[in-house]
Design a protein. Structure first.
Length: 693
């Protein structure tokens, strides 16, 4: 879905009463602050807590405590906290000279707070991120600043196709500057809408507790926020079982015209272009089949156009800014490398090759192609990792146009986001995070359907604070997985055999070079592999107190260590009787966290209410009773309970949908559980069926 700013305003006005009821607290919070803030107050800590007392979820949430922390700092050292706010509110200084120094001061106070007593000795974070600092600034200067939240900004920016223009060098200032400029464009539309202004003024003037918002800054931010929420409801994001593949850059082989006929133009203009001009703007087509039909109609009906439609569809939908493109000539020559910088564009003024994307070409020259390239205009080669590695190796030397590539803006992902996405209560989440930080190696165990795989990457992202897929890697163990796959070993090559580095070795080396950031290595089905064979001498090195200790590797005259910033998250199915138990050597190196069915969590209850299905409610109640019976069974136990994932992502809970879950997922599982008690299976099968009639 896409919209214009005017669409967003129209949508806001059509639900004005409801929106005002939900968002009114912001106007109240700002006025509350304006009435109470006094930087020179004798009792600064009490004044601070009172002034921000109505901020609600702007300064607090699940695992997000900026207000709690600054209040604790102020209680311990009010003068230092007063000085930090005096700095933050000094409008004579640019933001870049205020934000980071404010945080640096909070870092110092956090260290002091930890040492003050047992109550705060485990405090890890002061939570003074850009979001919190923008609240402080907006409450003090509501006619100048805007309330900021990264996900809100990113979502609305993509929704309206807003192009960032800030040239600020500091990445944080650049981020806020772009957001503020986008808010200004919304403000311009608000100030042109007399009807909306009248509706808004009527509300704030009728309640003396509300800030008047004469410049409509709060209104602009709220329209952006509400539009982001509306888009999320209408277009829920596609969830990947393995988690967020769209965040990883893809690698493409591209042919710039027949025999590279337009390569010089592409390089000079900083673009890549493909043909099929006769079917026009590719955005007018909703599927590959529609593209194929248009090609048959406009070009030649005797061809199937399967490959052509696949290429145009990928060029329009699958390619993303940040992807890497290798330009080729024929099937044996690579002639350039570049980085995609824009979304798809259609340029009707070009004579030919009108479908384009902006590309920053970083290399130009001629290199022998490793093997033979496909005879296609565009090919996604991301899945062929060895192939990509060989292509990247070509550009370790050569004519480099610009070595530094643009940093990809990774979406913010907080503990609050995790608890929205994953059906887990806050206390369990805090326990799990604490285990990982202390032990560094944790296994999520539970029966199928409790959300182990779904939660793993989101858990990593929440601990990192952002969806940086470059710092997360997932592998799956199986009976053929070996030390050679995991660490290193000899593999066949064109010249015989060569030593190849495995997934964990490569990941650790990458983390070692970025020691200030956390890295997460996720192992699915960890108990399906021969763990002694896979880990080898690393059994010792993965221990939390052995991180950084070096040991000579089996296949190389090299000392290797597991960096302290690498965390290992394993996943284990407890309901599969065919799998051997983990040996004690591995068990003592991991903490084990039991993933519970999430039927009782707030998130799942909200999901049930949204479905508004009595049939679904009865089935869930029946499954909860079934889980009690499974837990009480001596041959099974709690690790065999049925998880909530069987019932997630339903668009509607009609009888046919629920019947398919019962007949083809739950009942076969019960037959496996109670293979020697057919009467019990029959009884529970009848109970489940009756629940959805």
């Amino acid at each position: 879905m896409s919209m214009t700013i005017q669409d967003a305003i129209t949508n806001y006005k059509s639900h004005f009463a409801e929106n005002w009821e939900d968002e009114k607290y912001k106007w109240i919070a700002v006025q509350h602050f304006q009435d109470r803030w006094n930087l020179e107050a004798d009792t600064f800590a009490e004044m601070l807590a009172d002034a921000y007392g109505e901020a609600a979820n702007l300064l607090s949430g699940a695992m997000y405590y900026p207000l709690r922390m600054i209040c604790a700092f102020a209680q311990r050292d009010p003068e230092k906290m007063r000085g930090l706010f005096r700095l933050l509110y000094n409008e004579e200084l640019p933001l870049v000279e205020r934000l980071q120094p404010f945080r640096d001061g909070c870092n110092e106070m956090l260290i002091e707070l930890r040492e003050s007593g047992p109550e705060y000795e485990k405090a890890k974070n002061h939570y003074q991120d850009l979001r919190a600092l923008c609240v402080y600034l907006s409450f003090k200067y509501p006619e100048k600043y805007f309330l900021y939240k990264s996900r809100m900004y990113t979502s609305f920016r993509k929704l309206i196709g807003y192009k960032e223009t800030s040239t600020e060098k500091d990445s944080e200032i650049r981020k806020y500057d772009n957001f503020a400029q986008m808010c200004q464009t919304v403000l311009e539309a608000i100030k042109a809408d007399k009807d909306l202004q009248q509706m808004q003024r009527a509300q704030v003037e009728s309640d003396s507790k509300c800030y008047s918002d004469p410049e409509f800054h709060l209104l602009a931010q709220t329209i952006i926020y509400v539009s982001k929420e509306t888009d999320a409801e209408k277009n829920p994001p596609v969830e990947y079982a393995m988690g967020d593949e769209d965040l990883m850059p893809h690698y493409w082989i591209y042919s710039p015209g027949d025999n590279a006929s337009i390569w010089n133009e592409c390089y000079t203009k900083g673009i890549m272009a493909i043909g099929w001009d006769k079917i026009g703007d590719l955005r007018t087509y909703g599927s590959k089949n529609e593209m194929k039909d248009a090609m048959k109609e406009e070009i030649d009906p005797s061809y199937p156009y399967t490959n052509a439609a696949h290429a145009t569809w990928q060029f329009l939908n699958d390619m993303k800014p940040g992807d890497i493109v290798f330009a080729k000539k024929g099937v044996h020559l690579v002639i350039g490398r570049g980085i995609v910088e824009s979304e798809y564009q259609y340029d009707p003024d070009r004579k030919r090759y009108k479908n384009i994307r902006k590309v920053k070409w970083t290399h130009k020259g001629e290199w022998p192609y490793p093997g033979q390239a496909a005879m296609k205009v565009l090919t996604d080669i991301t899945a062929y990792t060895d192939y990509v590695e060989k292509l990247n190796a070509l550009f370790e030397t050569g004519t480099v146009i610009e070595e530094e590539t643009k940093e990809i803006d990774t979406p913010e992902y907080t503990a609050e986001d995790f608890l929205e996405d994953v059906y887990m209560d806050e206390a369990s989440y805090e326990t799990l995070v604490s285990l990982i930080r202390k032990k560094k190696n944790v296994i999520l165990q539970g029966a199928p359907g409790v959300g182990k795989t779904y939660a793993a990457k989101r858990l990593a992202y929440s601990m990192m604070g952002e969806k940086d897929a470059e710092r997360v890697m997932m592998v799956q163990f199986h009976q053929s997985y070996s030390y050679e796959d995991f660490i290193m070993g000899f593999r066949p090559s064109e010249k015989g055999f060569e030593l190849k580095h495995g997934a964990f070795y490569t990941f650790c080396k990458k983390a070692e070079e970025d020691s200030d950031n956390e890295y997460f290595f996720i192992i699915d089905e960890i108990n399906r592999g021969n763990l002694s064979k896979i880990f080898g001498e690393l059994f010792m090195l993965i221990e939390s107190d052995k991180r950084g200790v070096e040991l000579r590797l089996l296949y190389a005259n090299e000392k290797f260590s597991v960096p302290a910033n690498v965390y290992i998250i394993g996943m284990m199915n407890t309901a599969d009787r065919s799998l051997a138990l983990l040996d004690y050597a591995l068990r003592r190196r991991f903490a084990f966290f039991e993933m519970q069915p999430g039927f009782e969590t707030e998130g799942f209850r909200a999901y049930r209410m949204a479905l508004q299905s009595e049939r679904f409610d009865k089935l869930i109640l029946c499954v909860e009773n079934l889980n009690n019976a499974i837990a009480a069974d001596e041959s099974l136990g709690e690790g065999f309970r049925i998880g909530h994932s069987y019932f997630c992502n339903l668009k509607e809970a009609d009888e046919q949908t629920l019947s398919n879950i019962v007949e083809y997922e739950l009942i076969p599982l019960l037959k496996e559980y109670w293979f020697d008690e057919p009467t019990k299976v029959k009884d529970w099968a009848n109970i489940l069926r009756s629940a959805i009639k």
